[in-house]
Design a protein around this ligand. Structure first.
Ligand code: HEC
Length: 114
């Protein structure tokens, strides 16, 4: 039994092995996304990704967007395009290291974070 909020990947057990969410979690861990993004709502160097899908995010240029598939994709490929308010622009682009399938799996994982 896993207790939410304890440990590094509290939700690892909730995904079916081999599902997009489970593969996404694996990529998330291997790419060290968790070095900056918490998935359990604790503050970190980047915004938490927990429960963010469908929510609005304000950028330093004043624009507000809804966090959806397209926004997550852009955030991973071109993180400097929009900077979330309150955070430094330190996220690297993962364009050279992640393929389309990797990004799909990451999106599935981030969507599942509630
Ligand atoms: C060096 C720290 C760092 C790493 C590593 C990192 N990020 Fe980020 N990320 C940030 C910061 C800071 C922001 C907010 C500033 C911005 O919008 O660029 C951000 C923004 C985002 C956003 C937009 C969320 C929002 O609320 O606007 C997503 C989605 C995201 N990152 C996903 C990822 C994924 C997936 C990985 C791994 C492949 C990753 N990040 C790796 C620091 C990081």
């Amino acid at each position: 039994m896993l207790v939410l909020g304890c440990g590094k990947n509290p939700d690892a057990a909730q995904f079916t092995p081999g599902s997009p969410e489970a593969i996404g979690l694996d990529i998330y861990t291997r790419m060290a996304c968790d070095a900056c993004h918490s998935v359990n709502a604790k503050l970190n160097r980047g915004p938490t990704l927990n429960g963010q899908f469908g929510k609005e995010i304000r950028h330093t240029d004043g624009s507000v967007v809804i966090i959806n598939d397209q926004y997550i994709r852009e955030s991973i490929i071109a993180p400097r395009k929009f900077i979330a308010e309150g955070f430094p622009p330190i996220m690297p682009s993962y364009k050279p290291v992640l393929n389309e399938q990797d990004i799909e799996n990451l999106i599935a994982y981030i969507k599942a974070l509630k």
